[in-house]
Write a protein that binds this ligand. Structure first.
Ligand code: SF4
Length: 467
């Protein structure tokens, strides 16, 4: 999962408006979707400027560098990306080839691309691009395969080239491209990864999440529909082209649970906050708890905790202090000691939890190493009992669509029973939200959700090739 954002500024009074500040503002608001690298790309009269950097969005931009970037990043159209690398790419994350945006030529004109998702079974597609003259920098980057297929397409019209390439891609994706003064968005056939359109007067924006529009004074117009291409900018207020037959929405339910910002509208106007609030009420019915205090694990659990506590009539307090400069543990690259990261990120407040029976609120348990550490830290701080409530179901199957949980071995619930997980966590009791509860909390029909990591029902068949 990554964050992607693009803008096409309309004419303002003097016609001199540049997209740079919008890219930095919008990019910052999708920065929570990936903290390993970030980048921007601008287009000015066919010339492109690209800047990429490691770290969370905006990291490394001193006042001097910001002035340099503002000077160089000219043009009314641009792209921004916040990178979250999945496991198979992590080992080489420092290589710039994994950073985005990408830039290449299409029949002599430059295009730029930012991408969110995971595309697999690529060997024949790589071969096709190679035969057409593309020299690969990487033998594992799926982004480069997409770029190579577009760049080597024999179609002379850019949209026609996209309509040729997109059906070849197996997996989940959302793309934003810049070409010839136009901003172009494309969403996968099942809409697993989100993408929406925003507008502020004659300026148009595309983003993974609608919260980015607020930062640039725009409002969400609509979602890019599954299997759709949208073209805005250069005087066009929106052209929508269907590239996939029988497309239908199967948006990732983890967007509601964890990834998306609570204020983002994800599908048919449903916000992530809606899910989190409803899930709190539903879990209070499904698995109430008898404790003195509800304590949210900060970051993911805050809204769940408030809603659950309100419904049960139990006080809720901040028993865990969050270091705002700690890395989001779920997103930490492989090899990072996630338990240590948890201690950097969280500090239990003894004065709040000592001597109390507490219930910790988590959005999800994927690998169990983080939850175990959090429970232990609370006992060390003097809690009498520590219970856990989880606002999603057990994760039992890998995700092949761009989330870093690609093997069954790493998933706690795929290998252990509920009681075994409770024991390993060290909690006095443990309960998860049911599958039905999750669906109810979204307010969407089951058929419009991807829940494959919870129930094994994959909208797109899993990979057959080993990368
Ligand atoms: Fe989201 Fe799970 Fe589907 Fe992956 S498998 S897209 S994490 S719901």
């Amino acid at each position: 999962m990554c964050g992607i954002f693009g803008g096409a500024c309309g004419n303002c009074q003097n016609g001199q408006r540049h997209i740079f500040s919008d890219l930095m503002a919008g990019g910052n608001n999708i920065g929570h979707r990936g903290e390993q690298a970030w980048g921007i790309l601008t287009e000015d009269a066919g010339e492109m400027f690209c800047y990429r950097h490691e770290g969370r969005f905006g990291e490394g931009v001193t006042e001097r560098r910001a002035a340099m970037l503002a000077e160089k990043a000219k043009g009314r159209n641009g792209l921004a990306q916040a990178l979250y690398s999945t496991r198979r790419k992590t080992g080489e994350k420092k290589q710039p080839k994994y950073m985005q945006p990408w830039m290449a030529n299409f029949h002599g004109k430059k295009f730029g691309l930012v991408y969110n998702g995971n595309v697999y079974d690529l060997s024949s597609l790589r071969e096709r691009a190679r035969e057409r003259g593309w020299r690969f920098q990487s033998d594992i980057s799926d982004t480069e395969v997409i770029v190579a297929l577009i760049a080597t397409s024999e179609k002379t019209d850019f949209i026609e080239a996209l309509k040729e390439v997109l059906p070849m891609l197996k997996g989940a994706f959302a793309l934003i491209l810049l070409y010839d003064g136009k901003l172009i968005g494309a969403r996968g056939k099942f809409g697993i990864r989100p993408l929406c359109v925003g507008r502020n007067g004659d300026s148009f924006y595309l983003s993974s999440e609608s919260c980015a529009f607020y930062a640039v004074g725009a409002k969400i117009s609509r979602d890019v529909r599954p299997g759709e291409i949208v073209v805005v900018g250069d005087g066009s207020s929106g052209k929508y082209v269907r590239w996939a037959e029988e497309a239908r929405c199967r948006i990732c339910i983890f967007e509601f649970i964890y990834f998306a910002r609570p204020d983002s509208e994800l599908c048919c106007g449903k916000t992530a906050r809606h899910y989190r609030n409803e899930a709190g009420i539903i879990l209070a019915e499904e698995a109430p708890v008898d404790v003195d205090l509800i304590v949210s694990v900060p970051g993911g659990g805050d809204i769940f905790a408030k809603s659950y506590a309100r419904k049960l009539g139990i006080p809720e307090d901040e028993g865990l202090f969050k270091n705002r400069y700690g890395l989001r543990t779920f997103m930490a690259p492989e090899g990072t000691d996630r338990r240590k990261l948890q201690r950097i990120k969280l500090h239990p407040l003894q004065e709040v939890i000592r001597g109390k029976r507490i219930c910790l609120i988590e959005d999800s348990i994927v690998r169990n190493n983080v939850a175990r550490e959090t429970v232990l830290m609370c006992f060390e701080a003097g809690a009498k009992e520590v219970h856990m409530r989880v606002f999603s179901s057990p994760v039992i199957a890998p995700c092949y669509y761009g989330i870093d949980m690609s093997t069954r071995e790493e998933l706690a619930a795929a290998n252990f029973s509920l009681e075994q997980i409770r024991e390993r966590t060290g909690a006095d009791s443990l309960a998860y939200l049911s599958l039905e509860g999750m669906i109810r909390a979204t307010g969407l029909p089951k058929e419009s959700l991807c829940m494959a990591c919870f129930n094994g029902d994959y909208p797109v068949a899993p990979p057959t090739e080993k990368e």
